[in-house]
Design a binder for this molecule. Structure first.
Ligand SMILES: Nc1ncnc2c1ncn2[C@@H]1O[C@H](COP(=O)(O)OP(=O)(O)OP(=O)(O)O)[C@@H](O)[C@H]1O
Ligand SMILES: [Mg+2]
Length: 321
């Protein structure tokens, strides 16, 4: 691990009980941006058993969790290369160039399981849980093959796991930002993410039931905070707000109305939730490639959008203190 830096790291959970709203995408894009363009030390944590965040970053940086997966990925890559030969857009050509760099995949044994299964007498070591992807960008990868469990009597270890790991290893002094990608369901993993968090960030795709989803989320958070008072007393959980995601530059009348309805809704007002002025714009390439990263692409429009979005997130963090 690199030497400690004089920093007071901030922990941010990216959360929404609704699936497919852009939690993982926002986490990885912000993490990549802060680490590559703003010289910040970033730790990403994948607490979602779906492993989307891990898959995306491992694909980009050339890692796999097992030899078997590594072989499968290489076969898929070869097929993709063949298909790409038939496509001639600039974006595809560049992606193709990037792929050539990662013909050999490194096997990563780091896993969040170690964080969740550690005990006081055998605490997890940083190198057992953290995979260094690049000097400024590290990840605690999800664990392959984990069954999604709801809360049960043995959940305590999971629920305190990340909090204890950050504390024991002094991670707030080693990373400027620790960003946690949460699963869409309420479980021990959600609590594990919230306990160490200073901030909450809520991506929302404007849809018919978005308001109900956010209202439910806020009620769940309220009860988690109440149930775990001691964790939040010295370090209150602050809500950065809602970011509308996957929005076209010129949104349809329907989307515009949905955004207005959500923004003006009584429920949002009741919870006093900030709405980000910057929306996370749609980018068609994102849907097609696990390892697409805006700042590694040629999309100037998306790059500018991400830059402005990160500016607004940092301003909001400053504002809330
Ligand atoms: N700005 C965007 N433009 C285009 N597609 C997007 C955008 N943001 C997210 N997507 C796509 O929407 C889908 C869902 O995004 P993502 O996986 O980030 O959501 P999620 O909230 O993490 O989902 P889950 O709840 O399953 O974890 C993905 O296919 C992703 O590529
Ligand atoms: Mg996700």
């Amino acid at each position: 691990m690199d030497s400690e830096v004089e920093i007071k790291g901030k922990v941010i959970s990216v959360l929404n009980m609704k699936g497919g709203v852009g939690k993982t995408t926002i986490t990885k894009e912000i993490g990549y941006h802060l680490s590559t363009l703003r010289d910040k030390k970033v730790l990403l944590i994948d607490v979602d058993p779906q492993l989307n965040l891990t898959q995306s970053l491992f694909r980009f940086y050339g890692f796999a969790q097992t030899e078997e997966l590594a072989k499968k990925i290489l076969v898929e890559e070869e097929q993709l290369q063949e298909e790409l030969h038939e496509i001639t857009t600039e974006e595809s050509k560049n992606l193709s160039e990037e792929k050539k760099k990662e013909v050999k995949l490194k096997i990563s044994e780091a896993s969040i399981e170690r964080v969740f299964s550690s005990t006081t007498s055998s605490p997890a070591k940083e190198k057992e849980a953290i995979q260094i992807l690049a000097p400024n960008l590290h990840i605690i990868p999800g664990e392959l093959g984990v069954e999604f469990t709801l809360r049960n009597l043995n959940s305590g270890k999971i629920e305190n796991g990340i909090y204890e790991f950050i504390k024991k290893n002094n991670l707030r002094n080693k990373y400027h930002y620790i960003i946690i990608d949460c699963p869409p369901t309420y479980s021990s993993y959600t609590i594990a993410a919230l306990k160490p968090s200073d901030y909450l960030l809520i991506p929302v795709k404007p849809e018919a039931y978005s308001i109900t989803g956010v209202d439910m989320l806020m009620n769940v958070i309220k009860s988690v905070v109440e149930e775990n008072d001691p964790y939040f007393e010295t370090k209150p959980l602050k809500n950065l707000g809602i970011i509308f995601t996957d929005i076209k530059q010129s949104p349809s009348i329907g989307t515009t109305k949905l955004i207005k309805d959500i923004t003006d809704s009584e429920k949002i007002a009741k919870h006093q939730i900030n709405i980000f002025a910057t929306r996370f714009l749609s980018n068609a390439y994102m849907k097609n490639r696990l390892d697409y990263f805006i700042d590694a692409s040629n999309s100037e429009k998306s790059k500018l959008n991400l830059e402005v979005l990160v500016d607004e997130i940092l301003e909001r963090i400053d504002e809330l203190g």
